[in-house]
Design a protein around this ligand. Sequence first.
Ligand code: SF4
Length: 257
Amino acid sequence: MLLKMIEEKMPIDCVLFCDTGLEFPEMYKHIDRVERETGVHITRVKAEKSFEHWMFEKQINRKPDSKIAIQYGRNQKGYGWPGPKMRWCTKSLKNEPRARFFNAFKDSYEIREYVGIAADEQYRLERKCNQKANHVHPLVEWGMTEADCLEYCYRKGYDWGGLYEYFKRVSCWCCPLQSLEELRKLRQHFPELWEQLREWDDRNFRQFKPQYSVRELDIRFRFEEECIRRGKPVKGKKFMEALRKQFEKEREENAVS
Ligand code: SF4
């Protein structure tokens, strides 16, 4: 959206990047490069406290009858991994820093926000937060789909270090709301980030995904690779049964060692 706005000579007062601290290293390099090559300054805003602080350290005044207080005690620190109904990170690391930034200007300026939602992202446009009167969606006005945007950026020489070859969408590398397919790619192409994910999961009171810890995902993905090597299926009832046995086997081996 930014590149096309520059091409169309549209007025740009401020380009805002809300940094969660959890972007892929390639994304940070990309943002620096866009800034350098376009000459447009990018304003970076960041929450005072990190994702780790909110997940592990934050003191929370829990109700005694809350699920977490019952299961882990009232003094359990931190929110643990975010989940579909507990996206504390979106609020704390994105929305609040962004709102703080705009608050400083809202009395002196009429703010129009240009938001990079593509023409085929109807479900995003339907969200209440994207229907504010001061929001403008130039990609929708230009009829540019996600695929068009990617193509346009590639033509301009931007490839995010290959990120979009692995992932359809790119956001925080550690997001538990990612699909198994995305997590497979994370493990395969970003082993250091995967290692960090495992370390965070090991000391988390809430498991990474409802069905899997990161260690269990590790077992599943290794097992899938093994099945593929042997020409066996990696889906269906039989595979899930074999995977369950693999979990048991590894649990027993770990208990012995
Ligand atoms: S992408 Fe995931 S981890 Fe990142 S802010 Fe959104 S919900 Fe949280």
